[in-house]
Design a protein around this ligand. Sequence first.
Ligand SMILES: [Zn+2]
Length: 76
Amino acid sequence: MSKPAHIRDKIYKTVARQLHGKVPCWMCGEHVAHQDATLEHIQPLSEGGSSHQDNLAISHGRCNHQRHAKVALVAE
Ligand SMILES: [Zn+2]
């Protein structure tokens, strides 16, 4: 497991505490509901990014999907 749920929860809670309950999506900037939250690598692992918390950000599940769909499309 490269993105354990407990790390996602930890980052989500940290951001929520810092921003008084608001957790902006890394992709679109809108608030992310907890059940919607996915962990995104800011710098992709394929480009040398790490799985350290510094390289991880919360995004919507749908935004995360869109990004990966786009990456897949470029790769083709
Ligand atoms: Zn989003």
